[in-house]
Write a protein that binds this ligand. Structure first.
Ligand code: SF4
Length: 314
């Protein structure tokens, strides 16, 4: 599994002042499950160390200037971005992590200017290039990944996106699409109930489309759906729905215990992992494969421990 990452976040000393900005979550945790394709359009355009740059809006057009010598370097940085984009698309990446606040890499956190004043924060130059090229793709900046809820959603999206890439490459028959859709049922419902149903309709293929069209339509809507951030209320609905599958197997005390767990998660007094573990344990004990094989219970390796924070639900 490969993702593209702003090289400074990997600790490479290529920021304007020759420093790096290693992000431990990426280098120490994600690195166990994925390899990184580093990029740095500014290093490619100007080398390191270099003058800082600033984006000026001139009659609605973005122009890029060096801050001290006020040289127009728009063309140079545009060329470097094109090169970096073609480098990362040569790899089968399933996500991008960008460095916040940088003129190139910030995602909604880059300062823009007009001649007179600041113009607010938007996407950096390379961030907007990536967003234009990759649709419904996992893209985040490292600063937002400090938030446990955004981090959980992003990593879930990364792994689900990777699964879609594998499916797209290897699928040969409809039964594999059905199995895929079934395993993602609760995760999709936690994102967008209506889209989950629409995806079911695509799989059912009442219009009798060609298999390749079905796959294409399914993957497009699936990727759009997993890009939606879940909410604590939707997660609670899904947990209750899962508990419903256990109602004939559990004793009354077990049922009360499970609902108390779900309520405690809803009230943010216990983390999601506690409820998930209970449901997974009960599903295994009662041999309900349909439940414990759900991606919703294990959307990424458990050791990432992203559901252990109480603030992870919103
Ligand atoms: S933020 Fe982007 S452009 Fe700046 S040093 Fe990091 S990778 Fe390079």
């Amino acid at each position: 599994m490969q993702i593209a990452v702003s090289a400074c976040l990997l600790g490479e000393p290529i920021r304007y002042d020759k420093s790096g900005q290693r992000d431990k979550f990426i280098t120490d945790k994600l690195s166990k499950y994925m390899t990184f394709i580093p990029f740095c359009p500014e290093n490619l355009a100007f080398g390191t160390p270099r003058q800082t740059i600033r984006i000026l809006l001139e009659e609605g057009h973005k122009r890029v200037y060096t801050v001290f010598s006020h040289e127009d370097v728009t063309q140079k940085i545009n060329n470097a971005m094109e090169e970096e984009l073609s480098k990362i698309i040569r790899h089968e990446i399933c996500g991008i992590i960008l460095k916040s606040k940088s003129p190139s890499c910030g995602l909604g956190s880059t300062k823009y200017y007009t001649k007179e004043m600041g113009e607010g924060k938007k996407d950096g130059l390379f961030a907007s290039t990536c967003k234009a090229y990759f649709k419904d793709f996992p893209i985040e900046e490292e600063a937002r990944l400090i938030d446990p809820w955004l981090r959980e959603n992003f990593v879930m999206q990364l792994f689900a996106y990777y699964d879609t890439m594998q499916l797209e490459k290897n699928i040969t028959k409809v039964s594999e699409l059905i199995a895929f859709h079934t395993s993602y049922k609760f995760l999709l419902q936690s994102k967008h109930e209506k889209n989950y149903r629409l995806l079911g309709n695509i799989v059912a293929n009442h219009a009798q489309l060609a298999f390749t069209d079905v796959i294409h339509d399914y993957l497009a809507l699936f990727r759009k759906t997993i890009a939606i951030k879940s909410k604590i209320s939707k997660t609670v609905n899904v947990l209750e729905h899962m508990a419903g599958f256990l109602k004939h197997e559990l004793s009354s005390i077990e049922k009360i215990e499970l609902h108390t767990h779900i309520k405690a998660f809803q009230e943010e007094t216990i983390p999601l992992i506690a409820v998930m573990n209970t449901i997974e344990f009960l599903a295994k004990e009662h041999h309900i494969h349909y439940l414990f094989e759900q991606k919703f219970l294990n959307p990424y390796p458990k050791s990432l421990a992203l559901r252990s924070s109480i603030q992870e639900g919103k």
